[in-house]
Design a protein around this ligand. Structure first.
Ligand code: BDR
Ligand code: CA
Length: 329
């Protein structure tokens, strides 16, 4: 490995192992752990796709299946102001009636919550106070945990290198309402606080993430090593693509969170521009306009083919195939 490892905090709302929950946070963590140049120091969990204790159980299981050890901390159990409804409840409600056909295979025994998890706020404070380098943070769920840190210890935001955020829909329809993207819609107040926070930010919204689609078959090819970790990920992805098969016409998914995470691995995958982004607190809609002096960069385009190679090569390494080097072009 060349060069120093970059310290990273991942803040996420994982769902693998729970019925109707998106698995892309777990895949983003797997992508990070497959890249040695990233030093994942903490995974803090927030209420989003699942209630936070489920998310913590889910990601603890993922880290263990990947045979790694990363501290997991339990964060906000609800948004700052709005009542909480989890993504998996919303989805189950939306596809009610198809449940017989599309029943997720992840309705196996759900993972158990580990005992004695620290709080996300205290774990983030301790890490930022003690770290000699400035960690980057990547937020893959609602922004409640980072907004809470910004309220409690605004001084510590200056100790972050940058914040990469998966969220929002700028010139693109929403995915939870016609106007709003899920992570922002769940906690629009938190998003408003984070967008205004004095730290360099990169927003990876639906405009970019939805230009990437991964087929179940591509995941299975990449993970064909047969290791227990590979099997675990294949089954997790199958449960998610199975829900969407009839709606999308194919067993495939949009890897929102791995796309956002990949900014830390290779920012040249993206073209971005500085923008001012305003969040409507009532609807969760994100409106952006170009603002050259903004500390918020919005990803506008991604090299989807190159991202897919990076992502699938990481899965191959996890499966133990080892030979799938990323082609850099
Ligand atoms: C975002 O919402 C969640 O369902 C995904 O994990 C992703 O972070 C996409 O809108
Ligand atoms: Ca997420």
């Amino acid at each position: 490995m060349k060069g120093a490892r970059r310290p990273v905090i991942i803040d996420a709302d994982p769902g693998l192992g729970f019925p109707w929950a998106d698995v892309d946070d777990n895949l983003a963590v797997a992508l990070a752990l497959a890249h040695e140049e990233l030093d994942v120091r903490l995974i803090s969990v927030v209420a989003g796709n699942t209630p936070a204790p489920e998310g913590a159980a889910s990601i603890s299981e993922t880290v263990a299946k990947l045979d790694r050890s990363v501290p997991v901390a339990l964060g906000a159990q609800k948004p700052l102001v709005k009542p909480f409804v989890s993504g998996r409840e919303l989805l189950a409600e939306r596809v009610k009636g198809q449940a017989g056909e599309n029943r997720p295979e992840s309705a196996r025994n759900p993972p158990a919550l580990p005992e004695h998890l620290p709080s996300a706020l205290s774990a983030q404070i301790e890490l930022l106070e003690s770290s000699r380098e400035r960690p980057d943070m990547v937020c893959l769920g609602p922004l409640t945990n980072l907004a809470t840190l910004a309220r409690e210890r605004p001084d510590l935001l200056l100790r972050l290198g940058s914040v990469v955020i998966m969220g929002g829909a700028i010139d693109h329809p929403g995915n939870v309402t016609p106007a709003a993207e899920f992570n922002i819609w769940i906690d629009p107040e938190a998003a408003g606080i984070v967008f205004a926070a004095p730290v360099p930010k990169i927003l990876v919204a639906l405009d970019v993430t939805t230009s990437v689609e991964i087929a179940q078959a591509e995941v299975e090819n990449a993970l064909c090593g047969g290791s227990p970790a590979a099997q675990y990920l294949v089954e997790g992805v199958r449960s998610w693509t199975g829900i969407w098969r009839s709606a999308r016409g194919a067993a495939s998914f949009v890897p929102h969170d791995p796309v956002a995470l990949s900014y830390l691995i290779d920012p040249t995958l993206f073209e971005s521009e500085p923008m001012r982004v305003v969040v409507d607190r009532d609807t969760g809609r994100t409106c952006g306009e170009r603002e050259p002096s903004s500390d918020l960069q919005v990803a506008r385009r991604i090299d989807a083919a190159r991202f897919k190679r990076l992502f699938l090569a990481a899965l191959s390494r996890i499966a133990g195939a080892g030979s799938a080097d990323e082609a850099r072009d």
